[in-house]
Design a protein around this ligand. Structure first.
Ligand code: MN
Length: 257
């Protein structure tokens, strides 16, 4: 059998399982809130057009609208100023094979439970690699914090002094990009950067360094606790929005059954 015949068979027999890493798009789902002097990200909105009624007797459909960075979503290189000139850097021009890539999952859920401002450093990644082996090139790195199990105000976790959510520091992002040439960084929080990431050097190092290097981001993931440290394959295909900086999407993980 060819590789794909084997794969198709494994999907049907359950030897390959599909795990949904996506939150439901819902008007209540939190979005990133920026300081008031900046433009704001609109939440998901929905309006009914007809539902088997006088507006359309046999059909049901709705209009929806949202920001490109609403719900579980993909960040393209052009999202950040450092990535504005990356070739094929918007969601409509990214190479389609880049939407299917293997992943490493780093579990720092205990650390994030103990410290809502947990900062992932290069040293943490090296400790993970000592146990699991080096992160191979062109793999997603998915940062498990179990943050997806929070809801409501505790999810964005913004207080008067700003957001309190875990994320990487500059050393971690540089290590992933420069030493490991990763495909991108996926997180369970609203942004790939920590809540305090604006105070780092450079500010928002995940956005700054990843996108400047043509790497990608995935945010608001869930079910990372169902994935192995190595061996999952991620399918993440954003909407083909012209010049899109990102897009809500369905993110699926394929794992051995
Ligand atoms: Mn985003």
């Amino acid at each position: 059998m060819s590789v794909l015949e084997s794969f198709g068979s494994a999907l049907l027999t359950g030897n390959v399982k599909v795990i949904d890493l996506t939150h439901t798009l819902d008007p209540e789902f939190p979005v990133l809130v920026l300081p008031p002097e900046f433009g704001q990200c609109e939440p998901f909105r929905i309006e009914e057009v007809s539902k088997y009624d006088e507006r359309g007797p046999a059909w049901y459909w709705r209009n929806f609208s949202c920001n490109e960075h609403t719900g579980t979503h993909f960040d393209a290189p052009v999202h950040w100023v450092t990535g504005k000139d990356v070739p094929n850097g918007s969601v409509d021009t990214i190479r389609p094979d880049h939407f299917i890539r293997p992943a490493c999952v780093m579990d720092f859920s205990k650390e994030a439970a103990a410290d809502e401002d947990f900062i992932l450093t290069a040293e943490h990644i090296k400790v993970w690699e000592a146990e699991h082996g080096a992160i191979p090139a062109d793999h997603w790195v998915l940062f498990r914090t179990d943050w997806s199990k929070r809801s409501g105000l505790e999810y964005a976790n913004v207080r008067e002094d700003g957001a309190h959510t875990p994320g990487p520091d500059t050393s971690a992002v540089r290590y992933l990009v420069e030493e490991r040439n990763v495909h991108g960084l996926g997180v369970e929080t609203i942004g790939t950067d920590a809540g305090k990431g604006g105070a780092f050097d450079p500010p928002y190092p995940a956005h700054n360094i990843l996108h400047g290097a043509g790497k990608y981001g995935l945010q608001c993931l869930r079910n990372l606790d169902q994935l192995p440290a190595k061996g999952a394959v991620i399918v993440s295909t954003p909407l083909k929005i012209k010049d899109g900086s990102g897009s809500p999407l369905r993110v699926l993980a394929l794992v051995d059954g």
